[in-house]
Design a protein around this ligand. Structure first.
Ligand SMILES: [Cu+2]
Length: 309
């Protein structure tokens, strides 16, 4: 519900900022992407065991067909750094929007409310902090996957997709709603080894050479405001063209999948000083990136650009 609003806000602004993307282009060279992409696990916790601890993992896979859509969710990680794998196994773009439910709220109840009249508004009362944002993976086009190691607090979460379907019905109404729990125990997941840092400042985004060709990159907010890092693969049109189309699709309640480009993941909202660790291999092509935060303020400030893989 929140992600949808942010996409709309960003699309509206980006459509107006037609020259911004050209201002901060960077060309990412290839470093081969041959390094191990799996995040490094912690040193053995005890001298008596050689085995590395199991990853503190959460897996969310999106599935779709003409008549039904769903998430396949597995894992019950501990609070702290969580290795989140988001895979889109479907034919349409999907988001993994998450919110923490208030204690005692069941998924069945929340689902009934969300699908009812004015469900978007009424559901807010069932959420622990409706305005909270989490640095989970961004919207992914079909066939794409990413791993995002990010901090999540303990709680009972709903995972939901509000993207519009072919019949104008949001994916949630076709079954795209599920749940998971982050327990209060301590995560043993350590920050993975990285090949570079994507820096989100208040004035721009720096994407290092080699990003997207494989391996793990830290995505760090070095600014004083929340920022995010949203990616799209371009298809013959500019990033503003793509988001103008996405905006139009949301407005009409039609799928974003026919727009000239493919949303390619990234990391949702990072608070000042916060980091996440993004592991992804992007198909070769031209990409655009932007921060959708601040109702368009980040775009106006120059947090947008392009790179190639
Ligand atoms: Cu969806």
């Amino acid at each position: 519900m929140i992600a949808k609003n942010r996409v709309l806000a960003a699309a509206a602004t980006l459509a107006a900022v037609t020259t911004a993307a050209a201002c901060s282009s960077s060309s990412a060279g290839s470093t081969g992407g041959t390094r191990a992409s799996a995040p490094q696990t912690a040193k053995a916790a005890s001298p008596t065991t050689q085995a590395a601890p199991a990853p503190n993992a959460l897996s969310v896979t999106a599935h779709d067909s003409a008549s039904a859509m769903s998430f396949d969710v597995s894992g019950s990680p501990r609070q702290g750094l969580v290795r989140i794998t988001f895979t889109n196994a479907g034919k349409y773009a999907h988001e993994m929007g998450i919110s923490m439910m208030k204690p005692g709220v069941t998924l069945a109840h929340l689902k009934t409310v969300v699908l009812g009249k004015n469900g978007d508004q009424k559901a807010q009362a069932l959420l622990q902090n409706p305005d909270a944002e989490y640095p989970v993976p961004s919207i992914l086009g079909p066939g794409r996957s990413e791993v995002d190691a990010a901090k999540l607090p303990a709680g009972h979460y709903v995972v939901i997709c509000f993207l519009p379907g072919a019949d104008g019905m949001p994916h949630v109404a076709m079954g795209m709603i599920d749940e998971f729990t982050v327990t209060a125990g301590r995560s043993t997941e350590q920050p993975p080894q990285t090949q570079g840092t994507v820096e989100l400042s208040d004035k721009g985004i720096t994407v290092p050479a080699g990003f997207g060709a494989g391996g793990t990159f830290e995505v760090k907010n070095t600014g004083s405001k929340p920022h995010d890092f949203s990616l799209a693969q371009l298809a013959g049109k500019t990033l503003p063209d793509l988001f103008q189309c996405v905006e139009g699709a949301f407005g009409k309640g039609t799928p974003i999948d026919k727009c000239p480009g493919t949303l390619a993941g990234g990391v949702n909202t990072l608070q000042p000083g916060e980091s996440a660790y993004l592991t992804m291999t992007l198909p070769a092509g031209k990409y655009g990136y932007l921060s959708t935060e601040g109702d368009g303020a980040d775009l106006q400030a120059g947090l947008v650009g392009t790179f190639s893989v």
